[in-house]
Design a protein around this ligand. Structure first.
Ligand code: HAM
Length: 437
C-alpha cells in the first residue's frame, strides 16, 4: 500500500532542537569537564529513567510551582499509570537513592548525572522545552562545609569548561519550615498591601506560594518587593548560624559571592542555602543562571526514606554552550575537535573502491586513524577533502593500483608521491607517522 506523501516536511517540536555535528565538539567539551569534575570531587555517575511516576514531581517540586502547574509533560499510559517526562534530576535521584538502599552507604553519598529534561516553557533564548543538565547531588551531610563544597564543585565545573570568568555566585538562605512560618505571615501581610501593583502571576502566587513573588522578573513587582520583609533577617538561630558558616567557608576558599535576598528558587523542596551562578553580559548585567541549586534536607523523608539531608545543583548545558561559543567568538579562537586523523583514503574506479574498503578495515585494525571520501568521484575532489581533513598522507587507489596490488602514498605537506606494495603499506605508514611525530 502506498503511503501518502508529506505536503511539508515534518519539523522538530517547538522548543526542541537537534544537536548538529558541528556542535558536537562543544558538547564533548562539556562531557569531558563533567567527567573530570566528578572524578576530582568523588561523585559517582547515576542514570535514571526519563519517564517517572507523576507524583514524584508533584509532591517534591511542589504544587503551586511553575514546573508542576504549567510545565510538566505528563500523560496516562495504556496501563493507566500517571507518568511524566522528568523536568529535573533531584527528585529522580532521591527516588533512586531510597529505592536502591543507598542509605546503607558511607555518607556523604555523592551522585551525578547528565541528560535531557523536559519543561513545557515558553521557548526563548536560553530556555528550551527539552534542555540538558549536568547535575551533582550529595546526600547525608548537613554540615555547612558540604554547602561550600557543592558551590565549589559548581564553580570548578564552569572553570573546566572555560566559562567561569564572567559569572557571579548569588547566595541566600531560605531557612527551615520553622523560621519560615512567621516570615510567611509578615510577607503575606505585606503582599496584601501591595496587591494592586503586582502582576497577575504574583497575585496568584501571593495566595499559593508567596515566596515565589520575591524573584518575579516583572519590573513593577521587583520595585514593589524591594520593601518586602527579608527572609534572611527572619532566620532562626540555627539557620542563621548555618548560613554564616557557609559564607565563612566560601571566604576561606576565596570564592566570591553576592548575597541576594530575593533568591528563593522555584522548587518547594529547598531549605537553608540556595544559590545560583549567573552569566553576565559585557556590561555586567545578569543574563541567566548557568547553575541553580540548594539544600533539600526534607526531601528523602518526604519520599518515605530515612531522614537524610541533601544538597546539590543542576546546570544548563545549552547555556554552557552559548557561553562557550560567545567566548570563542570574542577571543577569535576555534575549539578544535581534537587531532586530525593522519591518513585519508582516496579511491576511484570500481576496483579501486572495492580494494580501499578492505584497506580501510586493515588500517583501522592496525590503529591507524583514517578518514575517507569514497562518495566523491573525482580524484581532485577527494584530494581536496584529504587536504581539508588535515591528514598527513593520502592513500590513492585506482584501477591500476588495485590490479598491481599497490597504493600511491602522497605526502600532503610536500606533495611528493611514492608507490608502495600493499603488503608493506601498514609497516611503511607506521614508520612514516612515527618520523612525523
Ligand atoms: P533549575 O534552576 O530549575 O534547578 O535548573 C538548573 C539549571 O538548568 C538552570 O540554572 C539553567 O541553567 C538550566 N535550565 C533550567 N530550565 C531550563 C530550560 N528550560 N532551558 C534551558 N536551560 C534550563 C533544578 O532543576 C534543580 N533540580 C537543581 C538542583 C539540583 N537543586 C538541587 N540539586
Amino acid at each position: 500500500m502506498a503511503t501518502r506523501k508529506f505536503r511539508t516536511p515534518p519539523q522538530s517540536l517547538r522548543g526542541m532542537r537537534d544537536i548538529l555535528p558541528q556542535d558536537q565538539i562543544y558538547w564533548e567539551k562539556v562531557r569531558q569537564a563533567f567527567k573530570k569534575n566528578a572524578a576530582d570531587f568523588g561523585f559517582d555517575r547515576i542514570d535514571t529513567p526519563i519517564l517517572e511516576p507523576l507524583v514524584l514531581f508533584d509532591r517534591t517540586i511542589g504544587q503551586g510551582t511553575d514546573i508542576v502547574e504549567k510545565e510538566m509533560y505528563s500523560f496516562i499510559t495504556r496501563g493507566k499509570e500517571h507518568v511524566a517526562l522528568r523536568p529535573e534530576f533531584t527528585a529522580s535521584i532521591a527516588r533512586s537513592y531510597i529505592e536502591n538502599g543507598m542509605n546503607r552507604l558511607t555518607k556523604p553519598v555523592k551522585l551525578c548525572s547528565m541528560g535531557p529534561l523536559f519543561r513545557y516553557e515558553r521557548p526563548q533564548q536560553g530556555r528550551y522545552r527539552q534542555h540538558h543538565q549536568v547535575d551533582f547531588e550529595a546526600f547525608g551531610r548537613a554540615d555547612p562545609l558540604m554547602d561550600a563544597q557543592i558551590i565549589l564543585v559548581a564553580q570548578q565545573l564552569l572553570k573546566k569548561i572555560g566559562i567561569h570568568k564572567r559569572t557571579r555566585v548569588l547566595i541566600n538562605s531560605i531557612g527551615c519550615l520553622e523560621c519560615r512560618k512567621p516570615y510567611l505571615k509578615s510577607l503575606g501581610n505585606f503582599l496584601k498591601k501591595e496587591k494592586v501593583s503586582l502582576c497577575p502571576d504574583c497575585k496568584k502566587r501571593s495566595q499559593k506560594n508567596p515566596l515565589r513573588t520575591l524573584d518575579c522578573k516583572v519590573e513593577n513587582c521587583k520595585k514593589a518587593l524591594k520593601k518586602a520583609p527579608k527572609l534572611v533577617d527572619a532566620l532562626c538561630e540555627k539557620c542563621s548560624g548555618h548560613f554564616k558558616q557557609v559564607l565563612g567557608y566560601l571566604d576561606e576558599l576565596g570564592l566570591k559571592y553576592d548575597i541576594d535576598t530575593s533568591l528563593v528558587r522555584g522548587l518547594d523542596y529547598y531549605n537553608r542555602t540556595v544559590f545560583e551562578i549567573v552569566a553576565r553580559d559585557l556590561k555586567g548585567n545578569n543574563k541567566y543562571a548557568l547553575v541553580g541549586g540548594g539544600r533539600y534536607d526534607g526531601l528523602i523523608k518526604l519520599l518515605g526514606g530515612k531522614d537524610t539531608s541533601g544538597i546539590g545543583f543542576g546546570s544548563g548545558v545549552e547555556r554552557f554552550i552559548t557561553e562557550l561559543k560567545q567566548n570563542a567568538k570574542e577571543k577569535k579562537i576555534q575549539i578544535s575537535a581534537g587531532q586530525p586523523k593522519p591518513v585519508h583514503l582516496v579511491a576511484f574506479g570500481e576496483m579501486g573502491k572495492k580494494r580501499s574498503i578492505k584497506l580501510l578495515v586493515d588500517l583501522l585494525n592496525a590503529s591507524i586513524k583514517t578518514t575517507e571520501s569514497f562518495g566523491r568521484d573525482s580524484i581532485k575532489a577527494q584530494l581536496k577533502a584529504a587536504d581539508r581533513s588535515g591528514a598527513k598522507f593520502a592513500l590513492i587507489i585506482g584501477q591500476k593500483e588495485a590490479l598491481d596490488q599497490t597504493v600511491i602514498v602522497r605526502n600532503m605537506e610536500v606533495g611528493s608521491q611514492e608507490i608502495v606494495p600493499l603488503e608493506k603499506l601498514i609497516k611503511h605508514l607506521k614508520k612514516m607517522l612515527k618520523k612525523k611525530n
